[in-house]
Design a protein around this ligand. Structure first.
Ligand SMILES: Nc1ncnc2c1ncn2[C@@H]1O[C@H](COP(=O)(O)OP(=O)(O)OP(=O)(O)O)[C@@H](O)[C@H]1O
Ligand SMILES: O=P(O)(O)OC[C@H]1O[C@](O)(CO)[C@@H](O)[C@@H]1O
Ligand SMILES: [Mg+2]
Length: 442
């Protein structure tokens, strides 16, 4: 991807004039292997060959603003009210992020008010304003123990003018949007409306997706918890298929456009024999098709386990009559049930009548509480988001990139999808672990 330094500059509302509560702690800090000073930047690239291929001087290399507390901040905390909203599908860790934001704003910045908008962007509209909740330490005390989001979430378009009216009426200076690609597009519409009206309101995004399909982030929060959950279902069908004659285990996992959950879950216990993802098209029939390979596997091992991402092989399914959800996302055909039917028919036809164990864990992998690793990640993202907002950054998301917490312009996070690279080392690991061919049917 061509990236200019300017593409990576985040927007600021203006000069930071207030002393930060962290000023003393930061006074003597300098960049070290474990800390990046606010005047330093984090490189986008991490290989010698890519850096050399950029062909520019070191100070012109694509780099990102570091996240974290500043010595000076933009908003006067005592006069600052803040809003939080969670949008899109659920993801483990949403409550951890909400809690982390509220704790940081309360314990260190002592802001005036923290409001939670209920049910996604709908909660910011005129007709739902009465459902806004005030958040304090008590309100968020144990919420990290639960999956979901205490604020609720939703899909579906809302009017940016209406939402900005709410921010103005409630005196909100910083809005934290925890959501996926759609939510970030919605947040950009908010910042455009805010800018058009000349308002002093910051919008900070915390990118959320169990699919891990957002770019410029190592891995999204909740992803690790989600694929760990998925692993259990693969283990179940493995055990079931082992105990049955011509046992076939099939697990369909979430992943609309990106097969990261399928790849990681399959690698985690290495029980899968075939992994099918949206990024790698496949054919079913013919000598090198999936069905024949599955048959060979059953003949040799007496059983087989197939892991399929929900967005895989969509081109094999009926395209007509496809509808969209409230946010405009295309509803997918059911590749899991389709494969179940095709594999059953094929194995029956070749005299290997199968015992099929089919699982579609669906929401069971994303509705759980974050694991300890994701909880740590979430609280650190929450802190970074608070510092960014209080320092007057706007239209900015906080992410971890190559293990550093950084600021990325919102536009970049929606610029393309993060997908499994069929030429990359993750897919290579999947091929190594499963032993499946690199392609099915050429
Ligand atoms: N292009 C857009 N412009 C304005 N708002 C949008 C846009 N796309 C989505 N939104 C709004 O953002 C919210 C969340 O979007 P969506 O349902 O697509 O989920 P998401 O944030 O992409 O999360 P995920 O895909 O992980 O569930 C919805 O209220 C939706 O209407
Ligand atoms: O909550 P919904 O509308 O059923 O959405 C499900 C989709 O959301 C995700 O969990 C996140 O994008 C996808 O993996 C899945 O396809
Ligand atoms: Mg989305």
């Amino acid at each position: 991807m061509t990236l200019e330094l300017d593409d990576l500059r985040v927007r600021s509302l203006g000069e930071c004039r207030y002393d930060s509560p962290f000023a003393e702690m930061l006074a003597t800090k300098r960049t070290s292997p474990h800390y990046v000073h606010e005047d330093d930047r984090v490189l986008v690239d991490d290989t010698v060959s890519i850096l050399l291929s950029r062909g520019v001087s070191i100070d012109q290399l694509p780099s990102l603003e570091t996240a974290g507390p500043r010595r000076k901040i933009y908003f006067d905390p005592a006069a600052t009210s803040v809003g939080i909203v969670t949008c899109g599908g659920l993801c483990p860790g949403l409550n951890d992020v909400i809690r982390g934001i509220v704790q940081e704003l309360t314990e260190h910045y002592h802001v005036a008010h923290i409001y939670g908008f209920r049910n996604g962007y709908a909660g910011l509209t005129r007709h739902q304003r009465d459902r806004v909740v005030e958040l304090d330490l008590r309100a968020v005390r144990d919420i990290n123990n639960d999956g979901g989001t205490i604020l609720g979430s939703s899909r579906g378009d809302q009017d940016p003018e209406d939402m900005v009216d709410t921010l103005v009426d409630m005196g909100i200076s910083v809005l934290f949007v925890i959501g996926g690609d759609g939510s970030m597009r919605g947040a950009m519409k908010l910042t455009r409306e805010i800018e058009a009206r000349g308002l002093d309101i910051s919008v900070i995004g915390v990118p959320k997706t169990i699919d891990n399909d957002l770019p410029f982030t190592d891995q999204s929060f909740g992803f690790q918890t989600a694929f760990a959950q998925a692993t259990k279902f693969i283990a179940s069908v493995f055990i079931e298929s082992q105990a049955a004659e011509n046992g076939v285990g099939i697990v369909k996992l979430m992943g609309r456009h990106s097969g990261f959950i399928a790849c990681y879950a399959a690698l985690s216990n290495n029980d899968a024999d075939f992994v099918l993802i949206p990024e790698v098209p496949f054919v079913l029939d013919g000598p090198d098709g999936v069905l024949r390979r599955v048959e060979d596997h059953v003949r040799r091992h007496g059983q087989v386990v197939v892991v399929v991402a929900e967005g895989a092989g969509q081109e094999l399914l009926e395209q007509e009559g496809r509808t969209t959800d409230a946010s405009g996302n295309t509803k997918l055909g059911d590749i899991g049930l389709f494969l179940k039917q095709k594999i059953t028919e094929h194995l029956t036809a070749v005299d290997l009548p199968p015992t099929v164990r089919y699982l579609d864990p669906s929401y069971a992998i994303r509705s759980v509480a974050a694991n300890a690793y994701d909880s740590v990640y979430c609280v650190r993202l929450a802190h970074a988001a608070v510092h960014a907002g209080m320092a007057g950054r706007t239209e900015t998301v906080v992410v971890r990139w190559r293990r550093r917490f950084v600021h990325v312009p919102m536009e970049l996070i929606t610029s393309h999808r993060n997908q499994v690279d069929p030429d990359g080392d993750l897919w290579m690991s999947v091929l190594e672990a499963t032993g499946q061919p690199a392609t099915f049917g050429g």
